[in-house]
Write a protein of this length. Structure first.
Length: 506
C-alpha cells in the first residue's frame, strides 16, 4: 500500500484552525525553538492552519522579521525529528512569521504589539483572533497579562485566549493570586493552563479505554482494584538547571501538576459528555476528593529523596549537591513518593502510590493498576511466583497498554505463569502520533479546553500537595539518601511495604 500523503488525506483535516495570530512571549527561548514552532510547522505541514495564520514572536533580543524567520527555520530543521522539512510548506508558513522586540516590563511593548496585530489583521484577515502564549519566567506571567490588558489586547474583535505554562504558582496562595491577576484581563474561559502530559496520546487514550469499552469500567473500583502505582522516572539529573530546580523539587515540579492530573484522569467518574467542562468537572471533583493528611500521616505516607554521587557506566556522576548552582547543603527533593487516598465510594481505601525522581535507572512514565487476587487458590500444582494481574499504561517512552494475567504452562499439571497482551501505538496504527504540543496548540486554537487545567483543579492540586511541602520543609532530611542510578531511597520501599505492597520495576 502506498504511504499516505498528508496533503491528500481528508480525514486528517477534520479540525482546522481558523484565521488567527499566535503571539509568543519568550520567542527566543528553548521552549519556542524546541517545541512550539516545530509543532506549529507540523500543523502547517498537515494543512491544519489557515492561509492567513500568523505568529508574532516577542523577546528582548533585537531582531528583524527575516532574522526571526531564519532562526525559526533552524529550529524546525533541528527539532522536527519525525517531520520532513518541506521547502514549499516552510515558505508559506514563514510568510506569517513576524517579530517585535521588547521587554515585558515595558508598557510601550504592548502598544507596538497592538499596532503589529492590527497590521496583521488587515493584511492576513485574522479577524482579530489572537492566542497569547506566555513562554516566559513565571514571575512575568501577571506582568504580561496586565500589559496586554492596559493596551486593550485582552478584548476586541474575534476571540482572545491566553496559554500559561507551569508552574501555576508555588503554593495555594500564590496560585490564587496569579489567577486573580490574570482574571483582571482574561475571563477564566479565556485562560488555558497547559500541562503537556495531558496532551500525550496515551493519557488521552485513558478516557477512550475506560469509557469507550464495556469491559473494564465495571472493574474500575475498590472491589476489584488493589492499588495503583504512577511512576515518572528520569535517568538524567538537573542538566544545568540546578538553580531553578533547587527552588522547585520533584514534588512541585512533577507531582503537583502532571501526575495528579494523570491520576485524576485514571480515577475520575464518567462525564455526561466529552465536552470540555463536563470532563474537567469530573477531574476537578476527583482532585477535591483527595484525603487531607495530618502531619503524622504525611511522615508515614510520603518520602522525599535526593540523589548522591555514583559511578554509572564507567563514569562518575555527581550528586545533586555537586551540580552547578546548587547549595552544597540543599534540602531540595529530587525524588518524591506520596501515598494518596481518594475519599469517595469508588476508591475508598485504595492507595494511589505516586513517585517521580531524577537520576533513576531509566526514563519511563507508566501507570500500573494492580487487581485483587483470585479469592481462592485452587491450583495446588502451582508453586511458582505467579505475580498479580496488572494493567499497565505506558506513557513514555513507548506508548501502549499491557494486560498481565495468568495462564497454564504447557505440559501436565496446572502450573501457572504470567503472560501479557500488549497494545503498542506505533505498531497498531502504523502512523505517526502527534506531539503533545501539537495536540494542545491545536486544541487551544480551535477553542477546545478539554485537556487544559482549570483554576479549581490547580487549587485542588495545591491543597493536596501544600501540607506535604510544609512538613518536608520543617523536617531536616538526611540527604543524599539514594545513589544516582538506583530506584530511590529505601524509605520509599518501606512506605509501600507497610501495606504489603512493593514498587513495580518498570
Amino acid at each position: 500500500m502506498a504511504p499516505v500523503n498528508p496533503f491528500e488525506d481528508p480525514l486528517r483535516f477534520e479540525r482546522r484552525v481558523p484565521e488567527c495570530a499566535v503571539v509568543i512571549f519568550g520567542a527566543n527561548g528553548d521552549l519556542t525553538k524546541r517545541k512550539l514552532i516545530p509543532a506549529l510547522y507540523r500543523l502547517a505541514y498537515d494543512r491544519r492552519l489557515s492561509a492567513g495564520f500568523a505568529v508574532v514572536g516577542i523577546s528582548r533580543t533585537p531582531m528583524s522579521d527575516e532574522q526571526f524567520r531564519e532562526k525559526m527555520q533552524e529550529a524546525v530543521q533541528s527539532f522536527s525529528e519525525d517531520t520532513e522539512f518541506a521547502p514549499d510548506v516552510w515558505e508559506g508558513f514563514a510568510r506569517g512569521l513576524f517579530y517585535v522586540a521588547g521587554d515585558v516590563n515595558d508598557s510601550e511593548l504592548y502598544q507596538r504589539l497592538g499596532r503589529k496585530l492590527a497590521e496583521i489583521e488587515n493584511s492576513r484577515s485574522t479577524g482579530g483572533n489572537v492566542l497569547f502564549y506566555l513562554s516566559t519566567q513565571p514571575s512575568q506571567y501577571a506582568t504580561a497579562a496586565l500589559g496586554l490588558g492596559s493596551a486593550g489586547l485582552g478584548r476586541g474583535n474575534g476571540w482572545q485566549r491566553l496559554i500559561v505554562e507551569k508552574p501555576f504558582g508555588h503554593d495555594l496562595a500564590s496560585a490564587r493570586a496569579l489567577s486573580d491577576q490574570l482574571h483582571k484581563v482574561f475571563d477564566e474561559s479565556q485562560v488555558y493552563r497547559i500541562d503537556h502530559y495531558l496532551g500525550k496520546e496515551t493519557v488521552q487514550n485513558i478516557l477512550a479505554f475506560r469509557f469507550g469499552n464495556g469491559i473494564f469500567e465495571p472493574l474500575w473500583n475498590r472491589r476489584y482494584i488493589n492499588h495503583v502505582q504512577i511512576t515518572a522516572a528520569e535517568s538524567i539529573g538537573v542538566e544545568g538547571r540546578g538553580a531553578y530546580y533547587q527552588e522547585a523539587g520533584a514534588l512541585a515540579d512533577m507531582i503537583q501538576n502532571h501526575l495528579l492530573q494523570v491520576m485524576a484522569t485514571i480515577a475520575m467518574e464518567p462525564s455526561a459528555s466529552f465536552r470540555a467542562n463536563s470532563v474537567r468537572d469530573e477531574r476537578s471533583k476527583l482532585l477535591r476528593s483527595i484525603k487531607a493528611m495530618a502531619a503524622d500521616e504525611i511522615r508515614a505516607s510520603t518520602t522525599p529523596g535526593q540523589y548522591g554521587p555514583a559511578r554509572i557506566g564507567g563514569a562518575d556522576v555527581p550528586g545533586f549537591r555537586q551540580e552547578s548552582g546548587v547549595d552544597p547543603q540543599s534540602q531540595t527533593n529530587t525524588y518524591a513518593a506520596v501515598t494518596v487516598f481518594v475519599e469517595n465510594w469508588r476508591w475508598a481505601g485504595v492507595p494511589f502510590y505516586i513517585r517521580s525522581g531524577k537520576r533513576l535507572p531509566k526514563r519511563v512514565t507508566e501507570i500500573a493498576i494492580q487487581f485483587n487476587a483470585a479469592p481462592l487458590a485452587i491450583f495446588d500444582g502451582d508453586t511458582g511466583d505467579t505475580g498479580p494481574n496488572l494493567l499497565i499504561v505506558r506513557i513514555q517512552p513507548e506508548e501502549g497498554i499491557s494486560l498481565k494475567f495468568l495462564s497454564k504452562r504447557p505440559g501436565t499439571g496446572m502450573k501457572l505463569r504470567p503472560v501479557s497482551m500488549d497494545f503498542n501505538y506505533g505498531s497498531s496504527f502504523g502512523e505517526r502520533s502527534p506531539s503533545a504540543y501539537e495536540t494542545l496548540l491545536l486544541d487551544a486554537l480551535i477553542g477546545d479546553a478539554t485537556l487544559y487545567t482549570r483554576q479549581d483543579m490547580v487549587e485542588a492540586s495545591w491543597a493536596a500537595v501544600e501540607p506535604i511541602q510544609n512538613v518536608w520543609r520543617e523536617t531536616q532530611s538526611d540527604f543524599p539518601n539514594y545513589a544516582a542510578g538506583t530506584w530511590g531511597p529505601a524509605a520509599s520501599d518501606a512506605m509501600l511495604a507497610r501495606r504489603g505492597h512493593a514498587w513495580r520495576k518498570p
